[in-house]
Design a protein around this ligand. Sequence first.
Ligand SMILES: Nc1ncnc2c1ncn2[C@@H]1O[C@H](COP(=O)(O)OP(=O)(O)OP(=O)(O)O)[C@@H](O)[C@H]1O
Ligand SMILES: [Mg+2]
Length: 351
Amino acid sequence: MNNSKRSLRPNKIRFAIDTKDEKTKDEIMLELESGRITLGEEKYLITEIQLKEMLLHADDLGSGAQGDVKRINFHNHSIAVKQIKIDDLNLFKQALKELNVLRKVKQDMNFQYIVRYFGYVIVNEPKYIYIFMEELIMCLDKFQSRIKTFPESIVGNIAFDVINALNYLKENHQIIHRDVKPSNMLIDKEGNIKLSDFAVSGELNNSVAKTKTLRGHFQYLAPERIDESQNSVYDARSDVWSLGISLYQLATGKHLYSKLGCDENNEFVLLSFIEKHEPPRLTLEETTFSTEFCDFLNNCLVKNPKERPKYKSDGPNKGIMDHPFFIRATMEQETAKKWLKEQILLVLSNK
Ligand SMILES: Nc1ncnc2c1ncn2[C@@H]1O[C@H](COP(=O)(O)OP(=O)(O)OP(=O)(O)O)[C@@H](O)[C@H]1O
Ligand SMILES: [Mg+2]
């Protein structure tokens, strides 16, 4: 065998069907997995035509920057399908990377704090990716628009579930989420909170590879992620910041930056505000929150990422999972879930 030729391009092969594009073996495998859906023990193969037929009868669950989320009936299971339009090859390659993350996480999909994922379908011309996942009731953004604010103990429970999800993704799959915000926290009918869209993230070791596709809402973005051209290396602690911003919103019903007088609708103003301004602080004088909660939020919102806590303690530096607010939430889980369950049923009954 001619080894010298192989070593020139060890992991790339020419893909005959697709014009001048070169695909890695990984990418080809990902395309081959398209249409394979696993629901528990059952495995199904779904074609483009069957999917299109199902989508004709689908209900809307919501929509985001990437596309719509629909409810479809799949072999008598009600499941959610996220539809992502792919406009160019780079985006497609990025999406394939994200599917790879989903594939890895799929193996231990019963982890209770993340949305279960069943498979995907790639559709050509126009190019779309459809991600099949567990259907939940709604995201916390929408839930909050119905109940206005969450009591502090409930915010503690939300923090508990989300931090467990983030820590699990980091420890088991070397993933940082990169899009932590209330609309990616979903609630089920038992009052459990599950983190979604972890596949729009990226793997930790790729975190320095700069993507200019910072999707979603900028107000959750950590300061160190704003000017990525500065070679700022960010890690899971940028998710800790986004979590802090999200928890503030859930607890107060307000967006933090508008409270500080910043025009959140102006992307440029907002980004420079996050980058240049002192981080927002919660003080006991201006709130009715406990010292623990104020301190927890202020810890998440430490501006210098190197001084911001990680999930778990690291030497002498305490992690947010060791913070008294988190520990209190661990003990108040049952009551919090009961409250969430009652409220979500109430919201559903008044739909
Ligand atoms: N698995 C799901 N079950 C039920 N509803 C869902 C599910 N996933 C998403 N949704 C709903 O669909 C909406 C759109 O979700 P999507 O992830 O596309 O966008 P987003 O997170 O709201 O915003 P962005 O596109 O900026 O990230 C969500 O707000 C949520 O209400
Ligand atoms: Mg989302």
